[in-house]
Design a protein around this ligand. Sequence first.
Ligand code: LLP
Length: 416
Amino acid sequence: MSFDYVNGILHADQCNLNELSDTYGTPLYVYSQTLITANWQGFAAHWPAPHKLCYAVKANSNLAVLNLLARLGAGFDIVSGGELARVLAAGGKAKDVVFSGVAKSQEEMAYALEQGIYCFNVESAAELERLNQVANAHGVMAPVSLRVNPDVDAQTHPYISTGLKANKFGIAMQDARAVAKRAMALPNIKLQGLDCHIGSQILTLEPFLDAADIMLNLIHELREEGIKITHLDMGGGMGIPYQQELAPDVSVYLQALLERAENMGNLTMLLEPGRAIVGNAGTLITTVEYLKSGEDKNFVLVDAAMNDLMRPALYQAYHDIIPVRQHDADKAIVDVVGPVCETGDFLGHARHLSAQEGDRLAVMNAGAYGFTMSSNYNTRPRAAEVMVNGGQVQIIRERERLEDLWKGEHLLETPE
Ligand code: LLP
């Protein structure tokens, strides 16, 4: 295990998290290279070439994380021109990139075509037309996979469920055939795949396999009409345990997909895992500023807030909060809350914790959708990030400075 107590102090690999906090300050994101690597290999070991794994950059886009994954042979799933630029800056290859997203701009399309990405995951008929025009202007063919909405219920939080009819994502199943035919007819589109992504933090395999069967059925039908589909991208969505949930077994899922692909002949499978690669590999360390007893509740006020980790405020998401230094003081039921001026600013409600001023707490499983969703609300500089590897530590993002926050802003020039 990468996060463990040694002599009563929580360590990440062999690094003492109290010492890291002294050196780099808090709030501090700490990632374990060992764990990211192991998570990646847990997928890669069951996914032989030509099948592709494209890490979903949005989960954690720090250049060092992307660089580590590029070195491990990862492809990347991006949703913006900015993410493509990050991948390239981190040593990833454009030819291993798939571009998802419902509203790609013309500039983003042009940039991705210039760089030569593997595939655009096209989400609407209108996007297909636009992509054809941009490719035409560049005198190239745009490689395309159509994102189809298989209408399966992933049974996850409504905000992170994406594969239902009611969601904004993908092309409706009933329109898929017509859009595929249109793609075949457009001169600068090369239709090669289909894809879907049904949601995130999914804890059972059934919805994934149902979606796979629906997609495979569609591929079969399209092939019968002479439309050759050579790849199927099943997106991301594998959940991780935040409390005591049982997460689905990666190898069982991957093998079930590969078996299905084999029956289809000449079908390359793609996956876009995000959370399952980095989620449990990161923790957010925060310092207790004050304790406060309200009439009904006890509060532990800490220096990390919703701007550092949005998930509790946005999805009522649960993250374990544990002390960096174990001690015997009496535990109480407390709300762990941050300094931001919103009632929704909490990291955990009703936690059984003993905490004193100056103690450090570790908010666990914060490696995915933690830093990437952070903001500067309340003019709070974003946290520093460090990577540990065995006993080594490297700062991979400096804490923001206040001047960084208003860089590009201007005082009014008009006279009073
Ligand atoms: N592919 C596509 C097209 C996606 O939209 C996503 C995530 C992924 C792959 C990666 O999914 P994963 O394997 O990480 O579940 N902010 C939310 C999660 C939003 C997920 C959005 N799409 C959270 O903090 O739970």
